[in-house]
Design a protein around this ligand. Structure first.
Ligand SMILES: [Mn+2]
Length: 336
């Protein structure tokens, strides 16, 4: 008997070439785990250990495997949080599409198997690409990737299963030491209290999964920009001091809003965006974390993780950014 889940957790490529029954077996285990322990909209995460955070991966399972292996190198392992967007666009990220024909499938199955196996250590948030049936994304490729990997008549059924499980992931996380994590943004006014959050609330999904800071805003047809004033008010309301997000690659590797909002991306598709790199952010444990200055950023070079500074954290540098002096006034409470 081969345990496909166990094999997959060791190597995200094992499903390639295997019959669809292998993927079904993995998804059965994930569904059973989610039934036993459904995810709440907001996950509270302990800060007793370092937390490794990945941004949008879009099917880049080699980078995700490298990040999760890094997080799990010790005993006990570091916690691991994915900021969403595990699927779609994988075929565009590879110069040779035949090399990784179905990266979204292997990436999603690998991560789902891990979060089902170790839910206290591997926490996956939804991105807007994990909410395509609620708010459609432009140019999704997951179904096409499934059609390359499996017999055509099985692809739609597998798509429905995969998407259905991705839709059961939480919307956001909050650490004990006050870091808020979500794919894109903050909830709309009137929904600042997580006690009232509901994963089926489209306006909440749009805010958390599709929002962009106004410094980084692009018109996506879904989602609204938020200002530093709205951002600061939300952080105060939920008792957090900083946020880490993905979604918009323009500021990847940079902290904006006076060094309180960091964006990371973990896909070769966006390796040249923002400050560049396939990035992993480490939040130190309680006692060693006060602000985003204490977060360690690393970039994947294909064989090793290399430490690199987070841009925008030095006050002098932040002050050169449009809107940052306003950000500092708002965040220090000296007027808006
Ligand atoms: Mn996104």
């Amino acid at each position: 008997m081969v345990d496909w889940g166990e094999r997959l957790r060791g190597d995200p490529t094992v499903l390639a070439g295997a019959p669809s029954g292998a993927l079904h077996e993995v998804l059965d285990e994930v569904a059973a785990a989610f039934d036993r322990r459904p995810w709440p909209p907001l996950v509270e995460v302990g800060s007793d250990r370092p937390i490794q955070v990945i941004g949008d991966s879009h099917g880049d399972y080699p980078a995700v495997h490298a990040a999760l292996s890094f997080a799990r190198r010790g005993d006990p392992p570091d916690r691991f949080i994915g900021l969403g967007d595990y699927v779609d666009r994988a075929t565009r990220s590879q110069p040779d599409p035949k090399a990784l024909p179905s990266g979204s499938v292997w990436n999603a199955a690998y991560l789902l198997s891990w979060t089902a196996h170790a839910p206290d250590e591997v926490i996956l948030l939804r991105g807007n690409h994990e909410a395509t049936r609620q708010l459609p994304v432009p140019g999704p490729t997951l179904l096409r990737e499934l059609r390359r990997a499996y017999p055509a008549e099985e692809a739609l059924g597998l798509w429905e299963r995969l998407v259905g499980l991705l839709e059961r992931l939480p919307l956001a996380a909050r650490t004990e030491h006050g870091v808020f994590l979500a794919h894109g943004g903050i909830p709309p006014a009137g929904r600042l209290d997580p006690a009232g959050w509901n994963s089926g609330d489209l306006e909440l999904l749009e805010g958390l999964l599709w929002g962009d800071p106004d410094l980084d805003y692009e018109d996506r047809s879904v989602g609204h920009p938020y200002t530093v004033e709205e951002f600061a008010a939300f952080l105060r309301a939920i008792g957090c001091r900083a946020m880490i997000k993905g979604h918009a690659p323009g500021h990847s590797g940079r902290a904006i809003y006076g060094g309180t909002l960091l964006t990371v991306h973990t896909s070769d598709l966006f390796a040249t965006h923002g400050e560049g790199g396939v990035l992993l952010a480490e939040i130190p444990p309680l006692g060693r974390f006060r602000e985003l200055d204490d977060v360690v950023l690393r970039a994947w070079g294909g064989t090793t993780w290399t430490r690199r500074p987070i841009r925008g954290l030095v006050r002098g540098a932040a002050a050169t950014e449009p809107g940052s002096s306003r950000a500092e006034r708002v965040l220090s409470g000296s007027g808006a």
